[in-house]
Write a protein that binds this ligand. Sequence first.
Ligand code: F0G
Length: 355
Amino acid sequence: AKQWRGVLHEYRDRLDVTDATPIVTLGEGGTPLIPAPALSARTGARVFVKYEGMNPTGSFKDRGMTMAISKAVEHGAKAVICASTGNTSASAAAYAAHAGITAAVLVPEGKIAMGKLSQAIAHNGELIQIQGNFDDCLDIARELAEHYPVHLVNSVNNDRIEGQKTAAFEVVEVLEDAPDLHFIPVGNAGNYTAYTRGYSEELERGGATKLPRMFGFQAAGSAPLVSGSVVKHPETIASAIRIGNPASWELALAAREKTDGYFGAIEDDQILEAQRILSREVGVFVEPASAISVAGLLERAEAGHVPAGSVCVLTVTGHGLKDPQWALRTADGSDVTPTVVGADVSEVAGVLGLR
Ligand code: F0G
């Protein structure tokens, strides 16, 4: 049987991949676009969820990383470096391991989810915790890549954006056009930029008849693209997007302009509520940063900015298992305590209310 071969093979003719490119792949991409009737019912739109948690390391970063690592190896790199809030480091470590090269990863101390930390360690990344935030990590990674023989694989590297644009190709292929609105989390705004590029290329080649309006969302405590100024001390429980100075700031503004898009800010409790709705009503478990797409849709619909019947695609960027602690808390913030009974059928039946 034929299996999905990863985005560099599947979209070879639409990427800078030649016979000289050693393709480093873990089979990323080809993720499901899941209809979400519960969200359609809540909003009056036709809602689909692009589940990027289904990538090999559990996030969309793998699409960009297959490209960035393949091109790095093509150029002779023996080591790569990145700053990360967790997912990029997990992905870089995995793809570097597959390629047989070293990945150095800089993360903000104590501020990345346990699942992501364990991925970087499992794949033997050179993990360094920095006593600072993500923005400090990125400054250091950029400077190291400038002065030492180590290749930067953050999304300031255009190869990352190129790989990530393939998600828009997949959406267009399934829907047989672009959606009307696209909802997406924003940290560095690399992915917002990548989808805009992917949709633009589909429009040019005639695969799509329009560009979707790109709606990007940041956590209220770290929303520089909404406020228009750098946030020195970004705060949010959505640690993946705890970023105060987005690397792709200018590209993001250009993408918003081009698509008649929008940037909005969402409070942490709305993010967690959206995570619960997506888990309970759609059956898709995502990390908090990813749930902001859902929160953004609900907020925009509530405000009357989602036309009835419009086709809405929500990118949910990372798997819920990366940062599971939030699912173990109730809406009022207390711990969930699973029921315990003896190994007895009638006791279990009693608890379940079966009679
Ligand atoms: N969602 C998740 C789960 C992420 O990990 C990130 C970024 C984003 C959304 C935002 O994407 O930066 O392209 O706007 N995570 C990076 C990392 C910063 O290091 O893993 P963006």
